[in-house]
Each structure stands twice: as structure tokens, then as C-alpha cells.
Ligand binder design. Structure first.
Ligand code: AMP
Ligand code: GLY
Length: 427
């Protein structure tokens, strides 16, 4: 079949890599794509906010399935618009994507369905929000209700910090994303990313992963979109996976279906695993980036039938197989990220790096300029590897990183440290 992927990051490169390997794929197009994706798909320039243009293109190219990578078009209802035009699309509807698009919506859904999550209140004005902060004390977490490109969460250590976050958000610091805010209890524990494939009724677990959100070694410095990830997450034991499905994912599916917004697509639960088990931190309505990269390296089954079964409501008897091996990815970013960074610096020796056994390099933000690959974003490369253990995958990934000649870039040097320490028996 003819398949169109929407997006341009490392997540979309990993999806394109997996989809291009399917015997079901005739033509694979990615919009807008990047220089790495261009190795496995045709890339075309399309404005994803212009749904009519995407639909016209899909019709013209006889696209039979559209796979949507990022949250913005999902929350804007691109799946509804494609489906209304008679084009099959993988991902949640606009109403179902509220699980990512509105934190207050998700918290209320959790409350109504007894899903374990941090205690919270929703606020539309600063005075009431600050009152609540002072009553609850610190640490406390302040969140913008809407999509804020990863900047919408402040984990405040002090009451003053929480009050400043309230003022920043209601002062317009995050634009429309914070016309309403959620203030919630600080949760202690270990974070994990959990993914389920959903068809509106049935959810089946995908694999688990952990990512490193902070920019610096030792998990220090500002938050980023993710500086690296590995799968499986050691904290997600079989028992924890079962509890997450039973206590969080299944009641969410039931609650969404009951309100007439059945959830289809990938449901990405950010979890805090604490003394009493898993609690939901937040939902995303898509694959994680860079978690998707390590998931695709571990997926043994053909991805395309799985996406179709989710779209078609046919997951009930579906089974996915995974390689038992571990996968790890190191994000290489442009110097300055997550602050201001420059575009255009040349990247060399990628083929030498890719020749390292068990290594796969996904491009997150690159383009071709005069026959050379140059940086074209904040997160630029995902140097990924598999291994029998996370330590082996880590060693292979860093061997490849060290072969890449990119003076304009940097990476963390400790991706996977917690899991590697566990494997050594020190965790
Ligand atoms: P989010 O964008 O909701 O994933 O939040 C970003 C990060 O903030 C999470 O990955 C956590 O590290 C942290 N965080 C969010 N909510 C809480 C909470 N209630 N307790 C502790 N940490 C939190
Ligand atoms: N890596 C976290 C995310 O995709 O939101």
C-alpha cells in the first residue's frame, strides 16, 4: 500500500525505517521528512497545519494510510479531517487527543475512573492558584493546561517558585497554553515511559522505555525533549506492566469510549513508579521521541498490520512480538540546545559510524546541502544500538558517536546509567 508519514524528527525516521521494511509497503512518502528519512522514503514539503493541502496531496498520490507522528496535528484534528475525506489515518481523533492536549481533561478523567495520579486542582486565576499552593506547601508541580512544547511544567521546590510559575503562566508566558492551569502533588519515584497500541476498545501493551529529559550528564540542567532513551525499562517488571494496563490504560480506554471519544492510536503514559505502584504523570497521544527509536529497534513484528489493526478496531486478537534484546539511543544535539543554537553546521563520518555492528542512526534534524549532511534543528541525530544488555547497547552507541565528526554538536555521555548500574548489581 501507499503510506504517508507526517513529521520530520527522529521518531518519524524510526517509523519510516520500520514501515519501509514491511512487505505491505509499496510507496512510502514522508512530509516534510529530513535527510535521513530521505534514505528510506520520498520526502515532500507539506505544511502539516494545512489539512486541506495534506488531504489533496494524499488523494493525488493515492495514499492508503497516513501515520501521524507529532501531537500538534493530532490535537488539531488531522485524523478526523483525513478520515472524513475517506483516507485511513493512524492516530487519535481531536477529541481523543485531549488526553495530551488538556492536562485538566486528563486529570478529571483519572478522578472519574479511579486512575492513580497525583492529587490536583484546576485554576483559571492566579489568586486562587496561589492560595492553593500556600495551603499545600512545596514541593509542588504547576502545569499549563494546553500544549506548550515541553515548557509547560514547573516542578517547584519552594512556594515562591510555584507562585512565580503561576504568575508566569497567567501572565502570558506560555501564550494560550496556560489560560487554565493544573496544580498537583509532587510524586516521588522512578519515571518510565509506557506505550500501548489502542483501537478504541482494546489496548495492547507495546514495550517500555526510559528517557533522559535533562540536558546534562547526571540528569542535571534544563529539561529538553529527551537526550536519550533505552528499552526495556528495568522498573517495568511484568507485574508493573500488568498493573499499568489494569489500573491506568484499560480504565482510560473505558472512560474515553463512555464519553464518545474512543481512543485509537498510540497511548504514551508517562509514569511515576513509586512505593505503591504506578501513577500517571501525563498522557501523550503519540509515540515518544526518542523512545520510539528504541521501540522500533526491538519490534520483531511487521509494524504496518499493527497500525492498520489499531485503525480498524481489530486489536482484540492481535499479537506483537519483540526481540528480547535491549536498545539504547544517544541524542546528538546542536551546541546551545535547549536554548538558542545554530543551524547549518556540517556533519561527517556518518557512514563510518553506521558501520559499527548493531548500530542504526536515525536523523532528528538534518538536511542535505551541497551534497553534505548539515544540522537543521536542536536535536539532530539519534545514534542508536542494540545489544544483549543495555550496557552492550550503550557501548555500541557510544563507539558510533565517537566516529561522528560534528564540532557543532554535543551529547550526554551517560545515557542508560541507571539501567547499567542495575545490570552490574549496583542499582
Ligand atoms: P510532563 O511534561 O507532564 O511529562 O512533565 C515533565 C516532567 O516533569 C516529568 O517527566 C517529570 O519529571 C516532572 N513531573 C511532572 N509532574 C510531576 C509530578 N506530579 N511529580 C513529580 N514530577 C513531575
Ligand atoms: N520523550 C518524551 C516525549 O516524547 O514527550
Amino acid at each position: 500500500m501507499n503510506i504517508l508519514i507526517l513529521g520530520s524528527g527522529g521518531r518519524e525516521h524510526a517509523l519510516a525505517w520500520a514501515i519501509s521494511a514491511s512487505p505491505l509497503t509499496a510507496r512510502l512518502i514522508c512530509a516534510p521528512g529530513n535527510a535521513g528519512i530521505a534514505q528510506v522514503a520520498e520526502c515532500v514539503a507539506l505544511d502539516l497545519a494545512d489539512h486541506a493541502a495534506v488531504i489533496a496531496f494524499a488523494k493525488e498520490q493515492k495514499i492508503e494510510l497516513v501515520v501521524v507522528g507529532p501531537e500538534a496535528p493530532l490535537c488539531a484534528g488531522i485524523v478526523d479531517d483525513l478520515e472524513a475525506a475517506g483516507i485511513k489515518a493512524f492516530g487519535p481523533s481531536k477529541w481523543a487527543a485531549r488526553l495530551e492536549g488538556s492536562k485538566g481533561f486528563t486529570k478529571d478523567l483519572c478522578k472519574a475512573n479511579n486512575i492513580p495520579t497525583a492529587a490536583y486542582e484546576r485554576f483559571k486565576n492566579a489568586a486562587a492558584a496561589k492560595d492553593y499552593v500556600r495551603k499545600q506547601g512545596a514541593p509542588i508541580v504547576v502545569k499549563a493546561d494546553g500544549l506548550a512544547a515541553g515548557k509547560g511544567v514547573v516542578v517547584a521546590e519552594t512556594i515562591a517558585e510555584a507562585e512565580a510559575a503561576v504568575d508566569m503562566m497567567f501572565g502570558g508566558g506560555l501564550g494560550d497554553a496556560a489560560w487554565e492551569i493544573v496544580i498537583e502533588e509532587f510524586l516521588d519515584g522512578e519515571e518510565a515511559s509506557f506505550f500501548a497500541l489502542c483501537d478504541g476498545e482494546t489496548a495492547i501493551p507495546l514495550a517500555s522505555a526510559q528517557d533522559h529529559k535533562r540536558v546534562g550528564d547526571g540528569d542535571k540542567g534544563p529539561n529538553t525533549g529527551g537526550m536519550g532513551a533505552y528499552s526495556p525499562a528495568p522498573v517495568m517488571t511484568d507485574d508493573m506492566t500488568r498493573r499499568t494496563m489494569d489500573e491506568i490504560i484499560k480504565p482510560t480506554m473505558g472512560g474515553m469510549a463512555a464519553m464518545g471519544a474512543p481512543y485509537k492510536g498510540v497511548l504514551f503514559a508517562g509514569l511515576m513508579i513509586g512505593k505503591n505502584g504506578p501513577k500517571l504523570i501525563e498522557y501523550n497521544c503519540r509515540f515518544g521521541d526518542p523512545e520510539c527509536q528504541v521501540l522500533m529497534l526491538r519490534l520483531m513484528s511487521d509494524l504496518v498490520p499493527a497500525l492498520l489493526a489499531a485503525r480498524d478496531g481489530q486489536l482484540k486478537n492481535f499479537d506483537l512480538r519483540w526481540y528480547p534484546h535491549a536498545a539504547l539511543t544517544v541524542v546528538m544535539a546542536a551546541k546551545g540546545y535547549p536554548g538558542a543554537y545554530e543551524k547549518g553546521s556540517p556533519i561527517e563520518n556518518l557512514s563510518e559510524a553506521e558501520a559499527v555492528p548493531n548500530v542504526q542512526i536515525f536523523h532528528a534534524g538534518t538536511k542535505t546541502e551541497g551534497g553534505r549532511i548539515v544540522a537543521n534543528g536542536g536535536r539532530v541525530l539519534n545514534v542508536s544500538a542494540t545489544g544483549e544488555t543495555i550496557a552492550q547497547a550503550q557501548a555500541a552507541a557510544y563507539t558510533a558517536v565517537n566516529k561522528i565528526n560534528w564540532p557543532g554538536g554535543f551529547c550526554r555521555h551517560d545515557i542508560g546509567w541507571r539501567a547499567v548500574a542495575r545490570e552490574r548489581g549496583n542499582g
